[in-house]
Design a protein around this ligand. Structure first.
Ligand SMILES: Nc1ncnc2c1ncn2[C@@H]1O[C@H](COP(=O)(O)OP(=O)(O)O)[C@@H](O)[C@H]1O
Ligand SMILES: [Mg+2]
Length: 396
């Protein structure tokens, strides 16, 4: 999968810009706070369906404007496509595929696939379980569109169930039958969601072992499993897994009433990472956990490739400068034959790479003449004049 270009209109600090990418390595460089990460944020919004760093979509709209538009052109084996998004400040955003409006955001997830790697991901091994669950959820959603719909359903059923759990004893008696229905529905969804997570984790385990052993020259071996309250034999069938989640809900109802919340289910599960038999979440060194995080991101790319037959786009936000020489050269040795779009304050760090497209960003604008270029002539100015851009975007 290749990201050919992205066009922005009033997105963050980018007023009107079209950025084109080559199918190898693209380095977006410039000083701090110029809009480099904003570009990756825009691209990744099409993979994830929402920003990886804004709480609310309205934050994405350029100060003083009513809405933002973006258009992403990308090529898959089956041809070129285009995704558009309109983000109005006062209402929900709308996605378009080849100019046709999608009913829901979930309908476009998986169309354009990308792996994002930013400095905060280097801490994923020791972060709270919710961060690892989010990693799983975002990665699986891009491969299996049904997953995101199931998660949304799960969250809404759990919310309704929690409303009953919060009622005082008098009132909740009349909702007992409904609570049972919700518990049954939740445990079915748990079995389906956990099943897909377990499938994914098996692949993650396989690829992380390969990358990690290569990086650490085979001295240590990681093991990745799904951590849940289900026992080994509960995983035999979907029915046994569902029954296990259901009995956890039934057996702990009193505790749940006390807490006013659902205490068991896939929203509590975790990704367990062991290194030589020790739990890496608690015992790995900073170096080990960084290497595990790197292996995890590279594995995410391989699983996506296995699934669809082509690599996703790799987006690295300022991450290479965070790594020591060994880990940095490991990553650089692995990104051949993949499209990478990375940001960096220092373009000179990448001068050893062949076929690199350098894009300099200043104050939300692409500089026409980059003062650092190894491939003169390839960085043509492709900006459209405003009228043509607005007409071309045509997604309102
Ligand atoms: N909604 C917005 N409208 C206008 N400018 C914004 C908006 N959100 C963020 N910015 C600006 O974007 C810049 C940060 O961009 P960023 O891409 O994070 O920088 P960097 O080049 O360091 O990666 C800051 O100058 C910030 O003020
Ligand atoms: Mg940045």
């Amino acid at each position: 999968m290749i990201c050919k270009s992205i066009e922005f209109s009033n997105f963050r600090n980018i007023e009107n810009e079209k950025i084109e990418f080559c199918d190898g390595i693209n380095v977006i460089h410039g000083e701090n706070a110029q809009g480099k990460t904003n570009i990756l944020e825009g691209i990744y919004l099409f993979a994830r369906g929402k920003s990886f760093r804004a709480f609310k979509d309205r934050e994405l709209v350029r100060f003083g404007c009513d809405s933002s538009y973006m258009k992403l052109s990308y090529a898959k084996r089956d041809g070129e496509n285009e995704l558009g998004v309109e983000i109005p400040k006062g209402s929900t955003k709308k996605f378009y595929k080849n100019k046709i409006k999608a009913d829901k955001t979930a309908d476009i997830i998986g169309e354009f696939r990308a792996v994002l790697f930013c400095p905060s991901h280097l801490g994923i091994i020791k972060d709270s379980p919710s961060v690892r669950r989010r990693f799983l959820d975002v990665a699986i959603s891009q491969l299996r569109p049904i997953y995101i719909k199931m998660l949304a359903k799960y969250n809404s059923v759990m919310e309704q169930r929690n409303t009953i759990l919060k009622l005082d004893p008098e009132k909740r008696r009349q909702y007992e039958a409904m609570l049972e229905v919700y518990s049954d529905e939740l445990s079915s969804l748990c079995a389906d969601i956990a099943g897909m997570r377990i499938d994914y984790i098996k692949k993650l385990d396989y690829w992380m072992k390969i990358f990690f052993e290569e990086m650490m020259k085979g001295k240590e071996t990681p093991k990745i499993t799904y951590e849940t309250n289900a026992r080994e034999n509960d995983f035999d069938t979907r029915e046994s897994l569902k029954n296990r989640y259901l009995s956890l809900l039934k057996d702990n109802l009193e505790r749940e009433y006390k807490n006013g919340a659902t205490l068991y289910g896939i929203h509590k599960d975790d990704l367990k990472i062991e290194l030589n038999g020790k739990d890496a979440r608690f015992y790995s060194s900073q170096g080990q956990s960084r290497s595990l995080a790197l292996a995890m991101k590279m594995a995410e790319g391989e699983i996506s490739r296995e699934h669809s037959g082509e690599y996703p786009v790799f987006l690295f936000d300022d991450v290479l400068s965070e790594l020591d020489e060994n880990r940095r050269s490991f990553i650089l040795s692995k990104i051949e034959k993949r499209q990478v779009i990375m940001t960096s304050c220092e373009p000179l760090d990448f001068k050893e790479l062949d076929k690199t497209n350098f894009i300099e960003i200043k104050d939300g604008k692409k500089c026409d003449i980059t003062n650092f270029s190894l491939n003169d002539g390839e960085n043509e100015d492709t900006s459209l004049d405003k009228e043509e851009f607005e007409y071309d975007l045509d997604i309102k």
